[in-house]
Design a protein around this ligand. Structure first.
Ligand SMILES: Cc1cc2nc3c(=O)[nH]c(=O)nc-3n(C[C@H](O)[C@H](O)[C@H](O)COP(=O)(O)O)c2cc1C
Length: 205
């Protein structure tokens, strides 16, 4: 029998050598685990996610000839109830690796499942510039993000390598985003059981 738990796809957008992002993703895994969610973790570096030369939906309705990794990822996106994106700020936006991943899939795959943003930087603003840019992309992908974001300033100082908070403030700050995400994901999952998706993609589905 399929699990009744909400399923969340956790995507780590940073693939940089020496990245801080892995610590953040580990922290988020633990935070999500406190909510009794099933977590699927995509580390774009570990997955060796390719540079996408063609979005998966451009291969047509049967995805004929599409790289298997795109087909598999699309299936996962279709199956989860919510997305959490972990992003650093690069030049006031998100890393190319993360945009490359998101651009590979149609809005029909995301299907109005809610998203939550965790952003970080090594400075004061905690990557909020990236989060604002990411909201726009997630919005047009039919993956609207909840209003509360979780921002981590001075990321280099506040987490150990295993993703444990060195400052207890993080454990408090993450809660509003998770509260909203669980609420919205539960609502959308219930509604999807009784109503067809109204998605009509710009570029095919
Ligand atoms: C290409 C690049 C651009 C960056 N641009 C910004 C920026 O616009 N604002 C900011 O606060 N930090 C910026 N930073 C600093 C990053 O937020 C910080 O290095 C963070 O640790 C990057 O995440 P990562 O370690 O997972 O790659 C930038 C870093 C890189 C590598």
């Amino acid at each position: 029998m399929a699990s009744d738990k909400l399923r969340v796809l956790l995507v780590l957008g940073s693939i940089r050598d020496g990245r801080q992002g892995l610590k953040v993703a580990k922290f988020m895994k633990k935070a999500l685990a406190t909510r009794n969610l099933e977590v699927i973790f995509y580390d774009l570096l570990e997955m060796d996610f390719p540079t996408v030369k063609q979005p998966v939906h451009f291969y047509g309705p049967d995805r004929s000839g599409a790289p298997q990794i795109l087909v598999d990822c699309e299936k996962t996106i279709q199956e989860v109830d919510a997305i959490v994106v972990v992003t650093p700020e690069y030049n006031n936006s998100i890393p190319a690796s993360l945009k490359n991943f998101l651009d590979a899939f149609p809005d029909s795959a995301f299907g109005f499942k809610p998203s939550g943003i965790t952003c970080y930087s090594q400075g004061t603003y905690g990557g909020l510039g990236a989060a604002i840019a990411l909201r726009t992309t997630l919005g047009i992908l039919a993956c609207p993000c909840v209003s509360r974001m979780f921002a981590i300033p001075y990321v280099q100082n506040v987490l150990d390598d295993d993703g444990n908070a060195l400052d207890d403030k993080l454990n408090t700050d993450v809660k509003p985003m998770l509260d909203q995400l669980v609420w919205a994901a539960t609502a959308v999952r219930n509604h999807r059981k009784c109503a067809e998706l109204p998605v009509s993609s710009f570029f095919g589905s």
